[in-house]
Design a binder for this molecule. Structure first.
Ligand code: AMP
Length: 430
């Protein structure tokens, strides 16, 4: 199967070729011809499957008839809206639109909260055919009368499951009500629970579905290992693993923002350059951390689940769960960061006695157990008893959609930063 057989126009095939893509991924091969026909689509696909190109390429082709070199805003009415749960994903999707659409004169922009609204308004006033947005800022600008939605003919909900998890359902419904009823609708989601199915039923007309991520399964090409360790020795084990395996780019997950900050500082003090990325960081801080990580200026990016959702980092080789998530599905999302299209990945979980219940919930979701390999020198002390995990008080998961209060302290007690050899000057996250 080649891209040439999907019915895409030469301008798009050229851009795809320049990206170095040789064959469409399964979601692309299945979805692109259907979307070109104008069908509504429900796509079961998580990040890493090539889903962004799967909806972006047909979207660009269908809008190409409206492409205009004119500078007049009237010639650039908004025709497609792509909603994403996070700012990072909005930026990444918009970048993909620019990349694939570089030979088609359509305008796009991303609007999201956390940054000044005026530059976004200025861009919108020039006219944009494709608007990528997070729901909150979209409604904010809509309320200010800045958006003209009369010509919208395509709507994409990307990572719809995450948007529902984050409590955006009402916002989504308000946005749907503001759009013209006759349009093509695309819903992408990694998981399908009854809420997503309900949304799909009310949103989609005679949809086709494409499912490339069997429910709650993790990519087979990701090697997953659990390292049992005492809660007080996680930091030492983490820096040992990063050094011993000479990891150059590792995404590390913590449960809380506070825990992410602290861990990034501790790692940096140990000579492993790190930054934290989470919802309390300003937009420029988040962008800088991600850029530093992508270009190799820092080794470890320490992230919370929400912040990491949708991060598109090519060929991420290592994901480490410093703390297991409270919700087993989040494990699957975390693991989705590695083993991207065509590359192999490794996901390690550092699990202490407090987290055994969370681990069994993950095994149940995966429908299999993962190998548990103690690391020499870090064997857990069997006399240490489990303690409740602070953010939920008990080890029972919080309900989907609810988030722990901001600033909830990390459950992990950390030893003092060790005196490991400093590789380079350290820089803590700020
Ligand atoms: P996504 O699932 O949309 O986040 O895409 C994951 C990654 O796969 C991105 O870095 C894309 O650039 C890359 N990608 C998308 N389609 C292809 C393809 N057909 N061949 C190779 N890489 C691709």
């Amino acid at each position: 199967m080649s891209f040439d057989s999907l019915g895409l126009m030469p301008e798009l095939l050229r851009a795809v070729r320049e990206e170095g893509y040789e064959t469409p991924t399964p979601v692309q091969a299945q979805a692109i011809p259907l979307l070109l026909e104008g069908r509504d689509l429900m796509a079961g696909a998580q990040t890493g499957t090539g889903k962004t190109a799967a909806f972006t390429l047909p979207l660009l082709q269908r809008l190409a008839v409206h492409a205009s070199a004119s500078a007049s805003p009237a010639r650039h009415a908004t025709r497609a809206v792509v909603l994403t749960p996070t700012r990072e994903l909005a930026m990444q999707v918009e970048q993909s639109i620019r990349t694939y659409g570089r030979y088609i004169p359509l305008r796009s922009t991303a609007i999201f909260g956390g940054v000044g609204v005026n530059p976004q308004i200025a861009l919108l006033r020039r006219g944009v055919e494709i608007l990528v947005a997070t729901p909150g800022r979209f409604l904010d600008l809509h309320g200010q009368g800045v958006l003209d939605l009369r010509a919208v003919e395509i709507l994409v909900l990307d990572e719809a499951d995450r948007m529902l998890d984050m409590g955006f359902i009402r916002d989504i419904r308000r946005i749907l009500a503001a759009l013209p009823p006759k349009r093509q609708n695309i819903l992408c989601s990694a998981t399908f629970n009854p809420d997503i199915r309900g949304l799909a039923a009310s949103l989609l007309t005679d949809p086709v579905s494409v499912d490339v991520s069997p429910r709650n399964s993790t990519a087979d090409r990701v090697k997953q290992v659990v390292h049992p360790v005492d809660r007080g020795r996680k930091l030492a084990l983490l820096s040992h693993l990063i050094r011993q395996q000479n990891m150059q780019q590792v995404l590390v997950f913590t449960r809380t923002k506070h825990g992410a900050n602290r861990l990034a500082e501790q790692l940096s003090r140990e000579g492993i350059l790190s930054s934290a990325i989470h919802g309390n960081k300003s937009q420029p801080q988040r962008v800088k951390a991600l850029e530093d990580f992508k270009k190799g200026a820092i080794t470890a990016l320490v992230a919370t689940d929400i912040a990491a959702r949708g991060l598109d980092i090519d060929q991420l080789p290592h994901v480490i769960n410093y703390e297991l998530p409270m919700v087993a599905e989040d494990y699957v999302h975390r693991i989705g960061r590695t083993g991207r299209a065509g590359s192999e990945g490794e996901a390690l979980s550092l699990v202490c006695v407090d987290e055994h219940k969370l681990l069994s919930q993950i095994f149940r979701l995966l429908k299999r157990e993962l190998p548990q390999l103690p690391v020499p020198g870090f064997l857990p002390d069997p006399s240490i008893k489990a303690e409740p995990i602070a953010m939920g008080r008990s080890a029972s998961p919080r309900p989907r959609g609810s988030r722990p209060p901001a600033g909830t302290p990390s459950p992990q007690r950390q030893p003092r930063a060790g005196s490991g050899p400093a590789r380079t000057a350290s820089r803590a996250s700020s």
